[in-house]
Design a protein around this ligand. Structure first.
Ligand code: NDP
Length: 230
């Protein structure tokens, strides 16, 4: 039994991650901005002593510190940095706004990396030492055949770069660090035309996280285990 910490668990891929990880018999610390507004998490908590739900607004340094303090030094085995945002859909060249871009960079890159940094003492106490960053194929430069999506693409590319550095920096401590593409998934972000459901995406990603070997650390994989080029 391992202890997972997952961000962005009030809906979409994050909520499904919580359900499936609990279903595998693990302990979960599920974080989201306003736990009191999420009946699904409350119901899961009622039925499951292995679930702890804690507030976290990634964009707030204070909120990140409150989370770290609430853990009180507990070990974390697997950290899944799932929360993310796309930014305004109409942000194209000609209408890009600094404040929108800065917010996406904060939530999608800076905050997950700073959270990971703040949780290193907890992760070092864990036995698994696995870090998963939910990225996107849209962050792959070699896959960019359609342009646009400046905010989201640059944020996920930068997240991949940070994950690579973490993999190298933490390799001497036997951490395994993965960038993951969940597929095009039916969620608020993925929209109604997406190709797979959260169940398929999450089952696949958990298998990838679970089966990753040291040699896989610092690489980018899709939910089905396929390697993605940067
Ligand atoms: P959703 O839009 O359904 O969910 C996004 C989650 O991130 C929500 O829980 C949201 O919380 C949370 N979040 C956003 N901003 C913050 C913040 N400041 N603090 C804390 N939590 C925050 O998206 P998905 O479930 O689809 O996406 C999950 C991950 O998968 C993201 O990183 C996304 O980029 C990635 N992804 C998704 C794809 C898809 O097709 N769906 C494709 C490729 C990657 P709140 O409700 O409070 O806003």
């Amino acid at each position: 039994m391992a202890k997972y910490l997952i961000t962005g668990t009030n809906r979409g891929i994050g909520l499904e991650l919580v359900k499936q990880v609990l279903g595998q018999g693990h302990d979960v610390v599920a974080t989201c901005r306003k736990p009191e507004n999420v009946p699904e998490l409350r119901d899961l908590q009622r039925a499951n002593a292995a679930l702890r739900v804690l507030p976290l607004d990634l964009a707030s340094a204070e909120s990140r510190q409150v989370l770290v303090d609430a853990l009180n030094g507990d070990a974390v085995d697997v950290l899944i940095n799932n929360a993310g945002m796309y930014g305004p859909r109409d942000a194209n060249i000609g209408s890009l706004r600094e404040s929108d871009w800065a917010e996406v960079m904060l939530v999608d890159v800076i905050a997950p990396v700073l959270l990971t940094q703040a949780l290193l003492p907890n992760l070092r106490k864990g036995t698994e030492r696995r870090l998963a960053f939910i990225s996107s194929k849209m962050g792959s430069i070699s896959d960019n055949g359609s342009g646009g999506s400046y905010l989201y693409r640059t944020a996920k590319s930068a997240l991949n770069q940070a994950a690579k550095s973490l993999a190298i920096d933490l390799q001497p401590e036997q951490f395994i660090v993965l960038s993951l593409h969940p597929g095009w998934v039916l969620t608020d972000m993925g929209g109604p035309n997406a190709l797979i459901d959260t169940n398929t995406s999450v089952a696949g990603m958990l298998k990838v996280i679970d089966s990753a070997r040291p040699v896989d650390s610092g690489f980018f994989f899709a939910y089905d285990g396929a390697a993605i080029s940067w």
